[in-house]
Design a binder for this molecule. Structure first.
Ligand code: XUL
Ligand code: CO
Length: 435
């Protein structure tokens, strides 16, 4: 088997003074930070779709990368792509990967053909995983590219499309289980609508609730112990998507009684598109006990679409990793690079630059975030800000011991509350001491 990345890797930790663009300057897998190794904190995953499948196309032109396995959509080419994938994962030193069914194998003309192709491919994937020790962070079914899904999958007005999607998810969930995946992701690609003139929102939401309940039921039936994750995104490809953001998904899960069964896979650029910071989405998900895993990338502050670039701002990532540490980490989730190189980055080595730089950004951010927590100023400041709720009338109001009338009567004769500074500038300056 010939190498696709000759002369590259394995990528090693070389320390902050290294000038080698193909070495880690901060990501040192075995280094212990805040009680865990960096490897355990991140559980980095390479995504199959952008790194192995995307040919460098955009809506104005075809692929620019010209990779041999992209010449034909056959099982043989998918097997050639698998060789390249595992060469990349191992040379990079990524412990995990993620895939959609269509990324790893052609699904063919019928559901049955897709099942049998995926079964065959799962044998090959299992062999590669055993040989290399690379593990599966999550699998997912692509329920948005094929024209049958033009009006959604679970939320399609046609029940036959719902059934087809169910058949696809059943198969990929079982393959994920068989490959030891620690999560299964549902991104609602076209679960939304373009115009209300042809859409019944309430009906579509009930369909989606039913669909996800079926997935959860099947997970238990087959003994899959991984987590089912929904990945929020506000728009693109549809104008309005039901899984808009962490808050919308939290409400949806509660309505359909799924809040104990499903968590969130939060993605950076989806947060940006929803008008939030990534750390807001993380903190909100964590506050609801729903933080599961993350998709790592960045958007572009000027472009309003999903550019899926590799992250490169340590300052931004420090605030995100801070929230993840405060939430107690991601458990069996991980950091999946749902990011793609630019269309002009046509050399195979560019794939390494994207991932190596991003892993280093995350590692630097982890060091800074751990130092911020160790310093304790934020915790102390915030605890002090809410201190009134821990005693006296504050504690009684929160515990439900006082009625609205009791509270009003006490407030009527109390001294007027004194405004207190939020100290935002002081706190922002403090972050910069650690970045
Ligand atoms: C799309 C997106 C997907 C999901 C998996 O914006 O993020 O790649 O992560 O379907
Ligand atoms: Co994603």
């Amino acid at each position: 088997m010939s190498e696709f990345f000759p002369g590259i890797g394995p990528i090693q930790y070389a320390g902050p003074d290294s000038r080698n663009p193909l070495a880690f300057r901060y990501y040192d897998p075995k280094r212990v930070v805040a009680g865990k190794t960096m490897e355990e904190h991140f559980r980095f995953a390479v995504c199959y779709w952008h790194t192995l499948c995307w040919p460098g196309s955009d809506m104005f032109g075809p692929g620019t990368f010209h990779r041999h396995w992209q010449a034909a959509d056959t099982f043989e080419m998918a097997a050639a792509k698998l060789d390249v994938a595992f060469e990349f994962f191992t040379k990079l030193g990524a412990p995990f990967f993620c895939f959609h069914d269509v990324d790893v194998v052609p699904l063919g003309e019928t559901l049955r053909e897709g099942w049998s192709n995926l079964d065959r491919m799962a044998d090959l994937i299992a062999g590669k995983m055993q040989q290399t020790g690379v593990k599966l962070l999550w699998g997912t079914a692509n329920l948005f590219s094929h024209p049958r899904y033009l009006a959604g999958a679970a939320t399609n007005p046609d029940p036959a499309v719902f059934a087809y999607a169910a058949g696809q998810v059943k198969q990929v969930l079982e393959a994920t289980h068989r490959l030891g995946g620690t999560n299964y992701v549902l991104w609602g690609g076209r679960e939304g609508y373009d115009t209300l003139l042809n859409t019944n929102i309430g009906h579509e939401l009930d369909q989606l609730g039913r669909f996800i309940s079926l997935v959860v039921e099947h997970k238990h039936k087959i003994g899959f112990t991984g987590t089912i994750l929904i990945e929020p995104k506000p728009c693109e490809p549809t104008k309005h998507q039901y899984d808009y953001d962490s808050a919308a998904v939290a409400g949806f899960l509660r309505k359909y009684g799924l809040e104990k069964e499903v968590k969130l896979n939060v993605e950076v650029n989806h947060a940006t598109l929803a008008g939030h910071t990534f750390e807001h989405e993380l903190a909100f998900a964590a506050s609801q006990g729903l933080l599961g895993s993350i998709d790592v990338n960045r958007g572009d502050p000027q472009n309003g679409w999903d550019t899926d670039q590799f992250p490169n701002s340590v300052a931004d990532w420090t605030l995100a990793v801070y929230q993840i540490l405060k939430a107690g980490g991601l458990g069996n989730g991980g950091f999946n690079f749902d990011a793609k190189i630019r269309r002009q980055s046509i050399d195979p080595v560019d794939l390494f630059h994207g991932h190596v730089g991003a892993m280093d950004v995350c590692a630097r951010a982890l060091l800074a975030a751990a130092a911020l927590i160790e310093d304790g100023t934020f915790d102390a400041f915030t605890a002090n800000r809410y201190a009134g709720w821990g005693k006296g009338a504050g504690a009684d109001m929160l515990a439900g011991k006082l009625s609205l009338a009791d509270i009003a009567a006490a407030a009527a004769d109390a001294p007027a509350p004194t405004p207190v500074s939020g100290r935002q500038e002081y706190l922002e300056n403090l972050v910069n001491r650690f970045v």
